[in-house]
Write a protein that binds this ligand. Structure first.
Ligand SMILES: Nc1nc2c(ncn2[C@@H]2O[C@H](COP(=O)(O)OP(=O)(O)OP(=O)(O)O)[C@@H](O)[C@H]2O)c(=O)[nH]1
Ligand SMILES: [Mg+2]
Length: 653
């Protein structure tokens, strides 16, 4: 089997995370054992381990209806059930956004369904997720794939309601005429969560299957929160329909805008190429037809043809179930899988590295620096003492005097450091206050009140503008405060370094850019939405309201994350310097103590030297320990080089 199968690589990723968690825990124990732990470090490590344990990789499938999203999911991830696990049929099948994941906190596999009527409430899906009581829960029997597939059929259920009701729920197209008493079919559920212990899901994979275009438009939270939060979006076209107007609309409005950011992988699949297979034509002609379709699709989407993957989900699933190697190759499903493993996973790992590894790495580096300085000091003392043998008391007295003087100057600069630290803490508090959720919540509830009062589009637009103008201002203020606090930190570090000549420690600065960028994106999106001619229709007021609510909750999330981040950063910002100061202080005390003891009784010189030699040996061992731990922490993902014959550029014949 090819080594670049997504399944294998995802499991390698899981092992990497597992090893990393172990290494971080080992580091924590090591800190404890060596008396180098602080409450701040302990808390931070706890948070980092928690972040690693709950780390998720989300892959979303987006396309017009019936392009084969669900079939692709079945073929790539769930073929070992030897059947079509998720319902996929001609016409509209998937009725609501469906997340497949593993909820490690639940004691039973389940399907949770959020009733469509919850659309009438001002609560976002994100918030509903925290309240299982609003969901209909079905226990999932994972013992049989038939029973599972049966249970999954619940997700695609629909019901018939009057057109007025559908309109009330915001499920009719804008401007669609409604006749009194007319019946329409609507989805039964608004959102589905499916949790079961599948190996990939257990590794933290979340798959988001979505219904076609209208559903996307009607559930702004999907396009505003869920898709931008996914690490990869697979956009599916179908060879039997070609690129239609509604495919283009979806691409331009919902998928293309996600691609500007390096954090998001965007993959285009041209599905159903088996409809072009023709036994009456030779393979070269069929391949040329597929290539031509791929090129046309790429041109229309404005991307490189290399980035469009011609596949057959249906044949891929069939081939995997039947273990038909030839058909599997022809389906080209593996090429798509290898893109997921070779592009998306390393990208994801890169983000985890940036967020977690860099931080633990920096902590470990601080410990290492501390040890190295202890070792240097012990060696220095050792050579001092060795030089003392045979010297008179005056020399020792002189050394003691010098050390005491050093101590006094040092204490003075520590005092000035404490004063600076207080200023830092005040400025940091100001930053937290600017990012405070309490303020934002007040603004949110005020805006919500205004929104409930007004159902006119103009009123909603005014509320929207006010909200975003105020938050935009707040973000600008916060940005200025961040600059101020960062400059302060740099000054404090530099000053201490200059006055004390301690080995230079570089402070970690607070990075606010991604929050600023995210809010800018939201602002522009709100602006575009407000001024779009679509939203001038009164029927749209429902969608405007929904849209706004999901934007506001997104903005709240940005603030929440920024606040948390700033808080954690503030706690850690002075830590390396404080550690250095403490260390230097106790080193001086140790030297003085050792000199004093020698001065009092000459005999202890030899035993002091021996004790120091032991200490040097111990410190060297500790250094080796931490070096080994740092190596595990920085270990790259096991490399899974693709084998030549099934590399990503495999041809579809
Ligand atoms: N010939 C062929 N048919 C396919 C292929 N993939 C999917 N189909 C069929 O296309 C139809 C739609 O597939 P789905 O997987 O339900 O499509 P979807 O994109 O999930 O559609 P919605 O859930 O309605 O948004 C089904 O009848 C599938 O059997 C393929 O590779 N080849
Ligand atoms: Mg589907």
């Amino acid at each position: 089997m090819a080594k670049d199968r997504f399944t294998d690589q995802m499991q390698a990723y899981g092992r990497w995370k597992h090893d990393l968690i172990e290494a971080v825990m080992k580091y924590q124990n090591w800190l404890d054992e060596n008396g180098m732990s602080t409450p701040e470090a302990e808390l931070r490590i706890f948070e980092l381990i928690d972040a690693l344990r709950s780390d998720q990789l989300t892959i979303a499938f987006v396309a017009e209806f019936a392009r084969g999203k669900t079939e692709l999911i079945n073929a790539i991830f769930f073929s070992e059930y030897d059947r079509r696990l998720l319902p996929s049929e001609a016409g509209r099948t998937t009725m609501c956004p469906t997340e497949l994941l593993y909820d490690s906190e639940a004691d039973q596999s389940y399907i949770r369904l959020l009733p469509i009527e919850t659309r009438l409430e001002d609560t976002s899906i994100q918030e509903f997720k925290k309240q299982p009581i609003h969901w209909t829960t079905i226990e999932l029997d994972t013992g049989s794939s038939e029973k599972m597939a049966d249970a999954f059929r619940e997700v695609v259920r629909t019901k018939t309601v009057t057109a007025e009701r559908a309109q009330e729920l915001g499920l009719l197209e804008p401007g669609q005429p409604v006749e009194a008493g007319e019946k329409v079919t609507i989805p039964m559920w608004r959102h589905a969560l499916i949790s079961f212990p599948h190996p990939l899901l257990k590794e933290g994979l979340t798959i988001l299957d979505t219904p076609g275009l209208n559903a996307l438009g009607a559930e702004p939270e999907l396009t505003l929160n869920m898709l931008p939060n996914a690490q990869a979006v697979v956009f599916v076209l179908a060879a039997d329909t070609g690129v239609t107007k509604s495919d283009m609309e979806m691409w331009n409005h919902h998928v293309k805008p996600l691609g500007g950011d390096a954090r998001h992988g965007r993959i285009v699949a041209l599905n159903k190429v088996d409809t072009l297979w023709d036994e009456l034509k030779d393979e070269a002609t069929v391949a040329a037809t597929i290539r031509a379709q791929r090129d046309t699709a790429a041109k229309m989407l404005g991307i490189d043809p290399e980035n469009v993957f011609p596949v057959s989900a249906q044949k891929g699933l069939l081939a995997k179930i039947r273990h038909d190697q030839e058909l599997l190759e022809r389906s080209n499903i593996l090429a798509l899988e290898s893109i997921l493993s070779q592009d998306i996973l390393p990208q994801k790992q890169h983000i985890v590295r940036e967020n977690v590894v860099s931080e633990v790495g920096a902590m470990a580096q601080t410990s290492r620096d501390l040890l190295a300085s202890r070792l240097a000091d012990a060696n220095k003392q050792l050579s001092e003492l060795r030089n003392l043998s045979g010297k008179n008391e005056d020399v020792i007295a002189h050394l003691m005097k010098k050390t005491r003087e050093e101590q006094i100057t040092y204490h003075k600069s520590v005092e000035s450091f404490q004063a600076n630290r207080k200023i830092f803490s005040e400025q940091h508090k100001l930053l937290l206050k600017t990012l405070s959720l309490a303020e934002l919540d007040r603004l949110m509830s005020k805006t919500r009140k205004e929104m409930t009062k007004t159902w006119t589009t103009a009123g909603l637009k005014a509320a929207m503008k006010e909200f975003f103008d105020i938050t935009n201002n707040t973000i600008r203020e916060a940005g200025q405060q961040v600059d101020k606090v960062n400059t302060l930190v740099q000054t404090i570090y530099r000053k201490f370094h200059q006055e004390h000549g301690l080995a230079e420690v570089k402070p970690k600065l607070f990075s606010f850019t991604r929050y600023k960028r995210e809010m800018e994106r939201l602002y522009h999106e709100a602006e575009a939405y407000r001024t779009s001619p679509l939203t001038t229709m009164t029927e749209q007021s429902f969608v405007v309201k929904k849209f706004f609510i999901s934007m506001v909750s997104h903005a709240r999330n940005v603030f929440f994350n920024a606040h948390q981040d700033a808080e954690a950063w503030g706690k850690a910002a002075m830590a390396p310097l404080v550690a250095r100061i403490k260390e230097h202080k106790s080193q001086m005390e140790r030297r003085l103590e050792s000199l004093r003891r020698i001065n009092e009784s000459r005999d202890t010189l030899q035993s002091r030297i021996e004790a120091l030699e032991k200490q040097v040996a111990k410190l060297s061992r500790q250094l080796a320990d931490i070096d080994a731990m740092m190596e595990t922490i920085n270990k790259p993902l096991e490399s899974f080089m693709p084998e030549a014959e099934d590399s990503g550029s495999a041809q579809v014949a």
